[in-house]
Design a protein around this ligand. Structure first.
Ligand code: NAD
Ligand code: MG
Length: 394
């Protein structure tokens, strides 16, 4: 039996992970579940899965869960809280696989703890690599952890890569990564229309059903920028070797180009249970309940070049990766603050890149060799973003 910890079990990726696990009860057992403060869904999950541990973000939420569990079927579950609780279950010797599906920088430390403990890490939390790619990849290498990308594009690239890709892409005949992007709900909107869009419109993704933060990132194309950075770390390459390709149908999840002219792609219906099942079962395959792809129904696939004028977040992310060091941590932190303000209805959608660019140009970029330098850069960028938001909303 493989024991799985699901960090962020109440979110979109977490729920899809439990769905795949539920299809293979002989193979996987849930060891720990974690959530922010959402009590109701965690209570349901504890009753259904009877994990050994449940972790909530703070003491108050943990106490509420403990009380609620007393009168339900989950009274064997031990409830922990906070960063220490998350790290404890992520590195616990009885856990084999860790699904890293907390959203944002909050996911960094527990994901890193799982990597350092040599677990199989199913990485959905792309922010871990954006914040501290070098530290994270070093930890994976040193502890011989297995890193399985869950982000659909990176999972596709992983499936199309030669087995020895870690030796260096050019040595294995890979010339380019083609990273596909749906273009999001605003793909055809003009800049002036973009200034007027609402949070709910931004969260109405045409192909994927996701959490609100990543949905806004998809709409601004910051998600593709974060994914570009993620791809550079995962596959040990530079932004100039990664071409973003707009592909509105989201059927091709990404491609790898080889020196002999071959281009390998991974296709499938846009459903996160495919990459999750692959991460859980690799190098084998298991069923996921995802509907088979019907090419006759799809009929055609389209491709476009991204427009960096309307979607400056993609440019800002590529520039941050080129600058290196703490630049990508600054980009990520300022973006998290900006997205939260946009979702709260306090700023316009087009203010997001402004806030991120402002934080990048007013920060001093340092090397990102220690967690301290990354965390300091993250909090300074949050302050700069908050300051810029005050100016915008004054
Ligand atoms: P979500 O908002 O639906 O879920 C986030 C989860 O994290 C929830 O369980 C929430 O309780 C928990 N959480 C939030 N803040 C927390 C905090 N401060 N401390 C502890 N726990 C906290 O998000 P999601 O869409 O499932 O995305 C999760 C991660 O996966 C993100 O990094 C996202 O970029 C990545 N991802 C998601 C998708 C998708 O289809 N949803 C696809 C690719 C990558
Ligand atoms: Mg993705």
């Amino acid at each position: 039996m493989i024991k799985v910890t699901v960090l962020g079990s109440t979110g979109s990726i977490g729920v899809n992970t439990l769905d795949v696990i539920s299809q293979h009860p002989q193979r996987y057992q849930v060891f720990a579940l974690t959530a922010n403060t959402g009590l109701e869904r965690m209570l349901e999950q504890c009753s259904q899965w009877q994990p050994r541990y449940a972790v909530m973000a703070n003491e108050q939420a943990a106490e509420q869960l403990r009380q609620a569990l007393k009168s339900s079927r989950g009274n064997e579950v031990e409830v922990l809280f906070g960063e220490s609780g998350l790290e404890y279950v992520a590195r616990h010797e009885d856990t084999d696989y860790v699904m890293a599906a907390i959203v944002g920088a909050a996911g960094l430390l527990p994901t890193l703890a799982a990597a350092k403990a040599g677990k199989r890490v199913l990485l959905a939390n792309k922010e871990s690599l954006v914040l501290s790619g070098k530290i994270f990849m070093d930890a994976v290498r040193d502890s011989k952890a297995e890193l399985l990308p869950i982000d659909s594009e990176h999972n596709a690239i992983f499936q199309c890569m030669p087995v020895d890709f870690a030796n260096g892409l050019s040595k294995t005949g890979v010339t380019r990564i083609l990273l596909t992007a749906s273009g999001g709900p605003f793909r055809t909107k003009s800049l002036s229309q973009l200034a007027e869009v609402s949070p709910d419109e931004a969260c109405a993704h045409p192909n994927w059903d996701m959490g609100r933060k990543i949905s806004v990132d998809s709409a601004s194309m910051m998600n593709k920028g974060l994914e570009l950075i993620e791809a550079c770390w995962l596959f040990n390459t530079q932004p100039e070797n990664v071409q973003v390709v707009i592909h509105p149908q989201s059927v091709i999840h990404s491609l790898v180009e080889y020196s002999d002219g071959s281009v390998l792609a991974q296709l499938g219906n846009p459903d996160m249970r495919t990459p999750i099942a692959y991460g859980l079962s690799w190098p084998e395959r298991i069923t996921s309940n995802v509907e088979a792809l019907d090419l006759f129904d799809i009929a055609r696939l389209d491709f476009e070049e991204p427009d960096l004028n309307r979607f400056p977040c993609l440019r800002l992310a590529a520039e941050a990766m080129q600058r290196g060091g703490t630049a990508t941590a600054i980009l990520n932190a300022a973006n998290e603050i900006a997205v939260a303000e946009f979702l709260a209805g306090r700023i316009r959608f087009t203010d997001i890149p402004d806030i991120v660019e402002n934080a990048l140009s007013n920060s001093s970029i340092s090397s990102a060799n220690s967690l301290d330098s990354v965390i300091t850069a993250d909090s300074q960028a949050r302050e700069l973003a908050a300051f810029r938001i005050q100016e915008i909303t004054a």
